[in-house]
Design a protein around this ligand. Structure first.
Ligand SMILES: Cc1cc2nc3c(=O)[nH]c(=O)nc-3n(C[C@H](O)[C@H](O)[C@H](O)COP(=O)(O)OP(=O)(O)OC[C@H]3O[C@@H](n4cnc5c(N)ncnc54)[C@H](O)[C@@H]3O)c2cc1C
Length: 368
């Protein structure tokens, strides 16, 4: 029986464990936290379920949908996201809607900028230039400029590359459809425990070792070192954690943005209008987003729970999608031995979501 060692027990790690166990591998998962799932694990505050920032499931990939829904029951749920633009003292839909533009104080200027844009073909790979050429200067200033700088903890949006898929969720300005994600499948677990049962079910009959940090990798001798100074070895290593620390930072630390997360309980059934899931704050406020969790979890209570996200240096959650960082990651990648596979958000140093982590695991299990 071939031994597989999986570093990290988030979606990528747990799903890989589940799929490879089914293929008769001897699987071990090492997880630094006391629970699997990373920030997707559901915790409770005064009875209210919440995750570390909202974690909605949305995808077009049927294999991913089938895998998830075979293990846990999901309910269809459409995320409605708004942006508060302080300079206008107004709440607008996000993604931007044509109908909102006419309510903006500078609508004439915006409409004339948009009239020019329709004739221009977007060719740039730079985040700021992409947005300005897609929506014009005024809308960029309102919705993207400051928000993106604080979201990524960067000086200038020119530092980021623009991969159209992740920057505008399909189309920069929309007509009518107000759902954030337009995928045919989007939702959230029915259970009040959120995705917790998914992780638990994936880890049945797996040698799962929580509360243990991977501290290094002797890649020439195929040894994974743990925080307790012990080491493990295996035929195949699947990595889902930050690759820089694994390889002793030899090419330098990869840049990530962290988050502070503050849960706030309020003595009211709903704090935001019923249809709104969360609000983005696009100006100089320190926070990026406020989420009303019961909209997502369907928890019934006469009180409510908000979650405030503030970008910070705590944690390494958002891999900075800039050219120098992507080049640095490529250097690490070139060190990967043949029996080492690196998947998931940290393993690939990519800004991706839950379904992508599951898809990475499905693809990997097919080739092993
Ligand atoms: C605030 C926020 C909101 C998000 N919202 C959404 C959303 O709405 N929808 C969506 O699809 N995606 C969302 N995402 C992204 C999505 O949650 C992730 O892409 C996905 O969960 C990543 O899974 P993963 O297994 O690749 O990585 P992780 O979940 O990060 O798993 C890595 C695991 O490795 C462990 N680990 C780390 N270092 C070590 C170490 N040295 N030793 C041992 N273990 C270690 C971690 O504790 C963690 O459990 C969000 C992300 C954030 C940060």
């Amino acid at each position: 029986m071939k031994k597989v060692l999986i570093l990290g027990g988030g979606f990528a790690g747990c799903t890989s464990a589940y799929l490879l166990k089914k293929k008769n591998f001897d699987v071990t998962v090492i997880e630094a936290g006391s629970n699997p799932g990373g920030g997707v694990w559901t915790n409770f505050y005064s009875g209210h379920p919440y995750t570390f920032g909202p974690r909605i499931f949305f995808t077009k990939n049927n294999d991913v949908i089938n895998l998830l829904t075979n293990l846990i029951e999901m309910r269809q749920f459409d995320t409605i996201s708004m942006s508060f633009v302080e300079e206008d003292s107004k709440l607008y839909n996000y993604p931007i809607q044509y109908e909102d533009i006419n309510k903006m104080p500078d609508s004439n200027e915006i409409n004339s900028q948009l009239a020019n844009i329709e004739k221009t073909k977007i060719t740039t790979n730079n985040f700021e230039d992409y947005w300005i050429s897609a929506i014009g200067k005024n809308l960029y200033q309102k919705f993207v400029k400051n928000y993106s700088k604080k979201m990524w903890g960067i000086e200038s949006n020119k530092q980021l590359i623009a991969n159209f898929e992740w920057v505008n969720r399909g189309t920069p300005i929309r007509k009518e459809d107000k759902r954030l994600y337009q995928d045919q499948y989007q939702g959230y677990p029915v259970s009040i425990q959120g995705y917790n049962d998914y992780f638990k079910k994936c880890l049945v009959d797996i040698n799962y070792i929580p509360n243990t940090r991977v501290s290094g990798y002797d890649y020439e001798n195929n040894k994974i070192y743990l925080s307790n100074k012990e080491f493990l070895t295996a035929d195949i290593i699947i990595n889902t954690i930050h690759v820089d620390s694994l390889f002793s930072n030899i090419f330098g630390r990869l840049k990530y943005c962290g988050r502070d997360f503050i849960p706030i309980w309020l003595p009211t059934e709903y704090a935001m209008p019923k249809e709104i899931t969360w609000i983005h704050y696009t100006g100089d406020e320190p926070h990026t987003r406020v989420t009303e969790f019961k909209k997502i979890t369907n928890y019934k209570s006469d009180s409510t729970l908000l979650g405030i996200e503030i970008p910070s240096n705590r944690g390494r959650y958002y891999p900075i999608q800039s050219e120098p960082e992507l080049k640095k990651f490529q250097q690490y990648k070139e060190l990967f031995p043949n029996n080492f596979y690196s998947i998931g958000r940290m393993g690939k140093f990519i800004y991706q979501g839950i379904p992508d982590a599951i898809e990475d695991s499905i693809n990997l299990s097919r080739i092993l």
